[in-house]
Design a binder for this molecule. Structure first.
Ligand code: GLC
Length: 651
């Protein structure tokens, strides 16, 4: 049962799409104070677990820290970072009392989950204008399913998007891209997608392609398609300010950009230099910006990733002017007066400054709304712009789309990737922990930059990370410019990479079926163990294993120099290993704790008691999967509900 409690005059975020009647009474749990803004407080029992917050650092159980939903361009996913790129304000308290909470509030909101006082949960925000949804259910899993129903169906990508993709910031010319494809195809490492980062564009201008580097872009897209490779270009939020650039000129002419208080177009520097932000909260501007994707779709493109849409700001005109002024002060022989820390710190305050978010406005149905009041809705609405346009531009076929920034509601239009992580073992584990909580919030098509985006990867880290990535719906190797080359064929014993990625393709009938069932039934693809084994005390504390669909449990290796790992089985299961010689090792293990050996070039998973999983032979692209080779592994005489469709028609 769901009750809605409205405070003040909330902004309509359109996160919830089903009607939920307004409650007469106060929420059945905790207490609300409107003395200073809004604050919800609840006293947690010692054993209560708090699930939720989607894309956030730390554990699956969120107790013991402070989190702020405030969409941020944050390349440092450190343990103490309060905010990430997304704002996912859904929580479940599971224990003595079990209930869910969704705070539908469009800007910064703080979740103190036992940080100030160990047993106190306090959720607070500056303005008491929000809808609070309180969800009662049989257990945490049931609460998720009820929540998912009211926020609408999750995005469904085309089937090719379940293949493996290669990406790197720095690929520039058609030859750069062709060489990557050659590297994969010649080494017979399966692949379906090749991502185009900002360097494919002309001076980082959205919806342009550099003509010198791609003299005939359409022909290039076709040439790639002939090899079963889908090119997936990036689109950034900022539109370059440049006379003669049609997107810029149309935006200015029609008032489609975010404006300052005085009515001038707000300017912020991002990759292209000075840019304007499309006002994606304005319906007309959203339609216009979404329509621009057609420029690339008409050339054969069928997938995109939306970036820098928190929106990220390197600096604004105003911020830069202040900075210059500050530097001026110490120009002449004032060495001993230079405030060292202020000078060191100041450049950092230029980027993504809260001051800048107060400098521009959205036109929402004719009303000017200051950006900082609705900050967390920008990435959501940029992706919504694309999603709504795709339905018109490509009414029959699904288009691949994922975004960096998001709010609940965006899950209907695209997936997300978890942003600029690092080539650190701790980030492999963080990747695993984020997956179920993202699913709780409707984001099913998700994944991290495998191998790590920043810093230099190592062969073993990449192999272990791929062995987790095999199971995440979005499976992409992405790395930053100037880091060590990270394409799989760059490393010794390339056959190990061929094998590991090959297992993804052997499992696609299963992974796709489970994804589709989760999407169509408002269900989860990844779950914490406790959702399937709520009475098992051990399972409730497991943070490094996940349930995948209804048949599988995964327990990847996430430490260096390990020959295997400890794993907890809540019930008897089949331990499965895909061996480098192509064989499949299966061993029945009893309920309890085990140390299982998993070599670097093996992929492991567990099949639940009485269940089976479909596998096919390896293929080098999703298109080439031969369903004639389908067979089942796991428990004999088990039944499996295989989901099949053409993988491209809209559903
Ligand atoms: C941002 C993105 C990253 C991309 C880079 C250059 O940092 O998160 O994925 O490679 O910008 O476009």
């Amino acid at each position: 049962m769901i009750t809605k409690h409205t405070y003040g005059n909330p902004f309509n975020t359109e996160a919830v799409v089903e009607a939920v009647p307004n409650a007469e009474d106060a929420p059945a749990y905790g207490s609300v104070s409107l003395e200073k803004g809004f604050a919800f407080s609840y006293t947690m029992a010692a054993q209560d677990i708090v699930y939720g917050l989607g894309e956030a650092i730390r554990g699956i159980n969120k107790r013991g820290h402070l989190y702020v939903s405030n969409c941020s361009d944050t390349p440092d996913h450190l343990e103490d970072m309060a905010s990430m790129y997304g704002a996912h304000n859904f929580l479940i308290i599971d224990g003595e009392e079990t209930f869910g909470l969704f705070f539908d509030y469009p800007t910064a909101i703080t979740f103190d989950i036992g940080y100030t006082l160990q047993d106190k949960l306090t959720v607070s925000c500056e303005e008491a204008d929000l809808d609070l949804y309180v969800i009662d259910g049989e257990n945490a899993y049931d609460i998720v399913k009820q929540f998912r129903k009211i926020i609408g169906r999750s995005y469904i990508p085309p089937k090719f998007a379940f293949g493996f993709g290669q990406s790197r910031w720095g690929y520039t010319t058609a030859d750069d891209f062709k060489n990557v494809v050659k590297g994969y195809r010649e080494n017979h490492i399966p692949m379906d997608m090749l991502y185009m980062d900002i360097d494919y564009m002309e001076s980082y201008k959205d919806f342009t392609v550099n003509e010198k580097n791609f003299p005939d872009f359409k022909a290039f897209v076709d040439e790639m398609k002939a090899q079963d490779i889908h090119l997936v270009p990036i689109i950034d939020a900022g539109v370059k300010i440049e006379e003669g650039y049609d997107v810029y000129e149309e935006g200015v002419e029609n008032n489609y950009f975010c404006k300052r208080e005085d009515g001038s177009d707000f300017a912020a520097a991002v990759w292209p230099g000075r840019t304007h932000f499309p006002d994606v909260l304005n319906k007309e501007a959203r339609e216009w910006f979404g329509g621009k994707y057609e420029t690339l779709i008409s050339q054969g493109i069928d997938g995109f990733w939306n970036d820098m849409n928190e929106p990220a700001i390197f600096y604004s005109d105003e911020g830069l002017a202040k900075y210059k002024e500050f530097l001026q002060t110490y120009q002449n022989d004032k060495d001993d007066q230079i405030p060292f820390f202020a000078v060191q710190y100041l450049p950092k305050t230029l980027s993504n400054s809260p001051e800048d978010y107060k400098r521009f406005y959205h036109n929402v149905d004719g009303k000017m709304v200051r950006h900082d009041k609705v900050h967390n809705l920008f990435g959501y609405n940029m992706t919504r712009a694309a999603g709504e346009a795709f339905e018109k531009i490509s009414p029959d076929k699904r288009i691949l789309m994922f975004s960096r920034s998001s709010y609940i509601g965006m899950h209907r239009y695209g997936g997300i990737w978890t942003g600029d992580n690092k080539s650190w073992w701790s980030h492999l584990l963080l990747n695993l922990k984020m997956m179920p909580t993202l699913n709780m919030c409707g984001f099913l098509y998700t994944g991290a930059d495998l191998g790590g985006f920043g810093a230099n990867t190592t062969r073993d880290l990449l192999l272990r990370w791929l062995a987790l990535g095999i199971f995440t719906p979005l499976m992409r190797n992405h790395s930053a410019i100037r880091t060590r080359d990270q394409e799989c064929y760059r490393f010794e014993n390339v056959e190990d990479f061929r094998h590991v990625i090959g297992i993804r393709y052997r499992l696609i009938p299963y992974l796709y079926s489970e994804y589709m069932k989760a999407a169509l039934n408002d269900d989860m693809y990844f779950k914490p163990l406790a959702f399937d084994y709520p009475k098992d005390e051990m399972a409730r504390e497991i943070e490094d294993q996940l349930m995948l669909g209804n048949e599988v449990m995964i327990a990847p290796v996430y430490t260096q120099n390990a020959s295997g790992r400890y794993v907890y089985l809540p019930e008897e299961m089949k331990f499965v290993k895909f061996m480098p010689d192509g064989s499949i090792y299966e061993e029945t293990l009893p309920q309890g704790s085990h140390f299982v050996k998993i070599a670097l070039n093996e992929v492991s998973m567990f099949i639940r008691k009485g269940k089976c999983v479909p596998v096919v032979d390896v293929a080098e692209s999703v298109n080439k999967i031969d369903m004639g080779t389908l067979r089942y592994i796991g428990y004999e005489n088990a039944e499996y509900d295989l989901y099949e469709d053409d993988g491209i028609s809209r559903i």
